[in-house]
Design a protein around this ligand. Sequence first.
Ligand code: GRF
Length: 227
Amino acid sequence: MLCDLAHSYRASAVSERLPIAVLVSGTGTNLQALLDTVHGHEAEVVAVASSRGDAPALERAASRGIPTAVFARADYPDRGARDEALGAWVQASGARLVVLAGYMELLGEDFLGRFPDAVINVHPSLLPAFPGLGAVEQALAYGVKVFGVTVHFVDGGIDTGAVILQSSLELPGAEDPAEVLAALRPLEHSLLPRAVRLFAAGGLQPASDRDRRGRGIGSPQCPPRAI
Ligand code: GRF
């Protein structure tokens, strides 16, 4: 199965790169992971939008010649107006997948409706445990010994969309949120490009086609060879 998927990745790379938009709010290490792996191969990052003008992620994009824009919530009368402007800009970029990589804002129906089954997010917990802000702090307060990362489809809720990929890490003695986040970063940087590759290869079953117990990776797991 895995060999077939690898074959599909190569096939998609030579035929067509998946245009993706990345939404950010901060440092952008996940954006960097995408730029260092799938960008120019299975995918092409065609747009980077930030909710903050001072996000270092913007510089990472600009240094690769990728168009950037800032859509700060405070610059719009309400979230709907922000979503409309952001959605129109991302759509005009031609992106067929939107990746939330440390994007710290909720997106409403106006935005999500433009990209059905094509918005994914990376979250630093094993969802459905510890959604929302401060996931690692929540996990530490609960006393968990196993931490993790989830890549999931985005729906209208807070980290409630269908799970695509997860990875876990045992840290039985952890106390410091910064230390846990640092330990989780490599997992995020590996999982997010993997999810993009799967999407590019047509190997993800649309979230709307399956119930919550379904598999994040579509069934059958390997897409047809001719992509
Ligand atoms: C990551 O921990 C991600 O899981 C969370 O926000 C953080 C973003 O980090 N949603 P970066 O900006 O990609 O470095």
